[in-house]
Design a protein around this ligand. Structure first.
Ligand SMILES: [Zn+2]
Length: 775
């Protein structure tokens, strides 16, 4: 069944004590939310929503990820995935080489989610001709803001009723014709997706709280029905009895996906097994929630004399006055711990808060995690898999459990020398202050990396900002992507929108003027609005049925932007363009970003490159005097950004190894295994007595698949290698990329999409070359 995506890609705005925070970025108080942009059907969903925890930011070494999404992997792991949110995990690193206090920032988009993917049966099948391009499909007519609540309720009720009616027909009179059955099933997917998408979007962006609550309700209703359908034995039997012989490749793929979803949910098992699976799903959801909540609630703190805070930015100091006893409280929440670890000159203060940060969740989460790993293993075995990683990887581009450690080792090897160079540079700087230092730990890494950037890679962030005025950046983004993908964006000033500063554009093909979709840009902070950066689906595109529509939801300044935010904007737009270009296929299940979870970030990670190209930046990054950003400044920005990439890659592989081995081996002593893995992979030495895994929130949402961020980056670098650095707009390459990678959506395996574009299977070469280059 369609299970596919629910996507909203959220990338995280940077954390800073900055306008963003003041205007509503909710770093540490993320509301539990599933950003379900589109989601297709049923099977998919099941439980999905689990509290979103701002996870590991800067866990070890200032390089890490955060954000979360969450699906209860257990419940419907296969399914859940499908339905849940997608998000961008990001690396947090100190603000590069800036002369201003940028504090820590979260950067680098990471994995989000997406639906499962199967090996597509290709032998002996005929590819169906693509349906006729959409011609006269009207965009969804959104209501005026004050009529939204009633409109959303009606859309929810009608969509759910439609889905139920189709399912009833499927149950009452199961079609013998496979295509007819699949069409009905996909109509259910589409109906549920429409409800979930509108609910998720409006639940996250509408200024009126009653509408947001209505949106949340819509999502919950869809989850409920989807869970019910995922466990429906009669529906499974109907699809299992179909004769696939007359189906074309895409329909065959849809049928196989549908059956696979049922299989992964255990619907085809005996009653006792199904009962045990249901029990496991419930317990796994509970454990996942407990794990996250324990981390979230375990806010620790230290108290220090004000004079020990030298180096901290003034606005941070202003916000942290001493208490009655003359001491300042520093908590383990990100707005404290990130800047302190990045800027505080007192090594002991950095050490003390780092230890507290690493100890969150300990010891309670040790037992919670051991039970979680054991039950996930049992859950996987009950549906025929050797272990949890194999079960989880079945629906991903990586394909199998054992491929995960092989990937980790490969990346770790490629990063070995670059990491050694990074550490030598940082350690040399550390020894100027502490001559006897023999290793780097996470208590010093962020601070000294920041110093190296500042002292050796001089980039004045204040100067950089003067070249990025929001209106010019937005215009530049549209011109760059329009030229690259052959698209024209026509403003639709009359389109009803949910808030005054939201703009709507009709997207058409510059080749023939045909409609491609509609997009909305909601780019500035507003009270009650979702606080990070994400792409939300409004409508999943299906040929002849409905036009694809998507929304960028971000929180950028209206004036000058950080370059990092410009990169985020390009990244998110990458998801948006994938959504609309991929929304012209036959099946809702495969619409837009419905590709494998470990691939879905790649197109967006690749589009970031256009925001780093000096020639391209010259076209829109001009200061108040109209002077374009100098190429040598862009080169230094890039160098500063790249600094530490070897260390970051090794640290990421340490996390990925924990994520994999904890699930594959289920060790009794998690601490001992963590220390071994840290010694093997991370260039940062373990701080004695700490238990970082207890607060490694991604063990919940990513389970054994933390490798995904790096995986999609490898693919992104490989995709980008096909473009000529001297002409990033080469129409032949760009057109081929658009048509072969983006347009198919999830109708083919990602590995095949990549091969169709590159003319060869994907390789690690481009990534390895990037990793070993300078920096
Ligand atoms: Zn993303």
């Amino acid at each position: 069944m369609p299970s596919h995506s629910a996507c909203a890609f959220l990338a995280i705005g940077a954390w800073r004590v900055s306008p963003a925070v003041k205007t509503g970025i909710r770093w540490s108080t993320n509301r539990p939310r599933v950003l379900r942009g589109s989601f297709a059907l049923a099977l998919a969903v099941a439980s999905a929503v689990v509290p979103v925890v701002p996870v590991v930011l800067l866990t070890e070494g200032g390089a890490d990820v955060s954000a979360t999404a969450l699906v209860a992997p257990a419940v419907s792991a296969p399914l859940a995935r499908t339905a849940a949110a997608t998000y961008d995990a990001t690396r947090a690193r100190g603000d590069r080489g800036s002369t201003r206090p940028g504090y820590g920032r979260v950067r680098r988009r990471g994995p989000e989610r997406t639906g499962p993917s199967d090996p597509a049966p290709t032998i002996g099948r005929v590819t169906s001709p693509r349906p006729e391009p959409l011609t006269a499909l009207p965009p969804l007519a959104l209501p005026e803001p004050d009529a939204t609540e009633a409109w959303l309720r009606a859309r929810t009720d009608d969509g759910l009723a439609e889905a139920r009616a189709i399912v009833e027909r499927l149950r009452a009179e199961p079609p013998a014709d496979a295509l007819a059955a699949l069409e009905q099933w996909d109509a259910v997917t589409r109906a549920l997706s429409n409800v979930a998408a509108a609910g998720s979007l409006l639940g996250n962006v509408h200024p009126d709280e009653a509408v947001r609550d209505e949106g949340d309700r819509a999502e919950q209703e869809v989850d409920k029905l989807a869970t019910e359908l995922s466990q429906d034995r009669a529906l499974h039997d109907t699809f299992a009895a179909l004769d696939p012989s007359g189906l074309d490749a895409e329909a065959t793929r849809l049928l196989e996906r549908t059956l696979r979803d049922f299989r992964r949910a255990g619907v085809d098992r005996d009653d006792a097994t199904r009962a045990r699976i249901a029990e496991l799903n419930d317990r796994l959801t509970e454990l996942d929630q407990t794990f996250s909540r324990t981390i979230r609630d375990d806010v620790r703190s230290i108290r220090v004399a004000p004079e020990r805070l030298a180096g901290m930015p003034q606005d941070w100091l202003d916000a942290h006055p001493a208490g009655d006893d003359g001491l300042v409280t520093i908590t383990t929440d990100y707005p404290d711990v990130v800047p302190v670890r990045t800027f505080c000159r007192d090594a002991e203060v950095r050490h003390d808060i780092t230890v507290q940060f690493l100890e969150r969740g300990w010891p309670q989460n040790d037992a919670v995690l051991r039970e979680l790993f054991a039950l996930r293993h049992e859950r996987a075995e009950l549906v025929g898999h050797a272990d949890w990683p194999s079960y989880d990887a079945e629906v991903k581009m990586i394909g199998s459990g054992p491929a995960i450690p092989a990937f980790i080792d490969r990346i770790a090897d490629a990063a070995r020398e670059p990491a050694e160079r990074d550490v030598a540079t940082v350690l040399a700087r550390l020894r100027q202050d502490r001559p006897d230092a023999d290793a780097l730990t996470s208590a010093d890494a962020a601070y000294y990396e920041e110093l190296v950037r500042k002292e050796q890679l001089d980039v004045d962030a204040q100067l950089v900002r003067t070249y990025f005025e929001f209106p010019k950046v937005r215009q530049g983004l549209l011109e760059v992507t329009g030229r690259l993908f052959g698209l024209h964006y026509e403003p639709v000033p009359d389109a009803p929108v949910w808030a005054p500063d939201v703009t709507a554009y009709d997207v058409t093909s510059t080749a023939d003027g045909s409609p491609v979709g509609r997009i909305y840009l909601d780019l500035h902070p507003r009270e009650g609005k979702y606080g990070h950066a994400a792409q939300f689906t409004l409508v999943d595109g299906v040929a002849g049925k409905q036009l694809p529509e998507g929304v960028l939801v971000c929180n950028f300044s209206r004036g000058l932007m950080e370059h990092d935010h410009v990169v985020t904007l390009f990244h998110e737009f990458g998801h948006l363009v994938h959504h609309v270009l991929g929304g012209h296929g036959r099946w809702a299940r495969f619409a837009g970003v419905a590709t494998e979870w470990d691939f879905v970030e790649a197109p967006s990670q690749m589009l970031e490159e256009w925001a780093w190209d000096a020639e391209i930046l010259r076209s829109f990054a001009t200061n108040a005097a109209g002077e374009p950003i100098p190429a040598d400044l862009v080169a230094r920005m890039r160098e500063a950004d790249d600094f530490g990439k070897g260390t970051a890659a090794r640290v990421q592989m340490f996390y990925a190894a924990m994520s994999y081995y904890f699930h594959a081996e289920r060790p009794d002593d998690l601490t001992a295994r963590m220390v071994e893995l840290q010694q093997k992979y991370s260039p940062l030495r373990w701080i004695d007595g700490t238990h970082m895994f207890a607060s490694f929130g991604h063990l919940g949402g990513y389970s054994s698949a933390y490798y995904t961020y790096m995986w999609s980056l490898v693919i992104a670098k490989d995709l980008f290698s096909a473009f000529d650095p001297a002409d990033l707009f080469d129409p032949e390459v760009a057109g081929r990329y658009r048509d072969r990678v983006l347009a198919p959506g999830g109708a083919k395996d990602a590995a095949d999409l990549v091969e169709d574009f590159l003319g060869r299977p994907y390789t690690f070469d481009a990534y390895a070359a990037w990793l070993s280059s300078a920096g």
